[in-house]
Design a protein around this ligand. Structure first.
Ligand SMILES: [Zn+2]
Length: 314
């Protein structure tokens, strides 16, 4: 696939992207986040709108406040509530007094958007496009830029540098396919994603992402026709990842494909491990997940998921 790369961007400064739009790259680089999360500043008649505050990092919040300067931050808008996009929200909202907007049904138990958005709603010229799949509460935002045309803040649904992880149950492969197909039917000329540089000719990549998933799904189905596999075995067979985080990410994607095939009645789980089943060995007093550490309970859930075994339905 035609993914893009870029040199490490300067930290702590607002990088001009398009007229009236700047990008601040947070200091959270990793194999999962590339150089870090993109926070966008969009200038409007009454001040600034921030798209995705970024990870919980005081320095990033200070950078954002400094970049805003004497322009008031009127609104904070979320593409989704994963920690690398949501984490700085409480601090930035407190520092600026901005109104907070996000998808009406948050995927976080500890957050309800004060200003809920639904598909098609508009705020400060940003039109919400519901694009679940990577996250259950994922919105993209369509925006018109004079001289450029229609652009889309595509969050982590479509990114220029990598494909997205689809990790059940928040991630859903059936929804992800539909959301990619939805974007194929649009005519946005540029995407500004949650990580990585600006994406030109976006529909070409969207088409490739969809084809890539269909090919992956066909490979998984062919493998399951040969024999039954656990999620971990199949991920190892297909991806050969050595980095622990990439190995887990591969397992999550394989599980998401298998659950799509299960939803379609093509495969079924063969007894054994079921997420959310007996977990009495997991203590209750666990720390909440954040952008650096997933909770012990989540890790337990992922390890359990990796042992789930799938067979052909008929
Ligand atoms: Zn992200």
């Amino acid at each position: 696939m035609a993914f893009l790369t870029e040199d490490e961007p300067p930290r702590g400064v607002a990088l001009p992207v398009l007229p009236g739009i700047w990008r601040l790259v947070a200091r959270n680089p990793s194999v999962m986040t590339y150089h870090g999360t993109n926070t966008y500043l969009v200038e409007g008649d009454d001040g600034l709108t921030v798209i995705d505050p970024g990870p919980a990092d005081e320095a990033h919040v200070a950078d954002l406040v400094r970049a805003a300067g004497d322009r008031p931050v009127r609104r904070i808008v979320l593409t989704h509530t994963h920690s690398d996009h949501y984490g700085a929200l409480p601090a930035l909202a407190a520092a600026t007094g901005a109104a907070v907007y996000g998808y009406k049904k948050s995927a976080r138990r500890d957050f309800t958007p004060p200003n809920p958005l639904d598909d098609g709603d508009e705020v400060a010229g940003l039109k919400a496009v519901f694009t679940p799949g990577h996250a259950a509460d994922h919105l993209s935002f369509a925006f018109g830029v004079p001289g450029t045309g229609k652009i889309l803040f595509s969050g982590d649904h479509v990114m220029s540098w990598s494909s997205s992880i689809v990790s059940p149950p928040d991630g859903d492969m059936v929804a992800y396919y539909k959301s990619l197909e939805r974007l194929l039917g649009r005519d946005d000329v540029l995407y500004l994603g949650g990580h990585g540089p600006l994406l030109t000719e976006p529909r070409r990549l969207v088409g490739e992402l969809l084809e890539h998933r269909k090919t992956r799904e066909a490979t998984i189905l062919a493998a399951v026709k040969e024999r039954d596999w656990t999620v971990a075995e199949l991920a190892e067979h297909l991806y050969h990842k050595t980095d622990y985080r990439l190995k887990i990410a591969a397992q999550r994607n394989v599980l998401a494909h298998l659950l799509k095939l299960e939803f379609e009645g093509i495969v079924r789980q063969a007894g054994g491990a079921t997420r959310g089943a007996p977990d009495d060995h997991v203590p209750d007093d666990l720390p909440p997940a954040d952008e650096k550490f997933v909770s012990k309970r989540e890790i337990e859930g992922m390890l359990t998921d990796a042992e789930r075994r799938f067979v052909l339905s008929r």
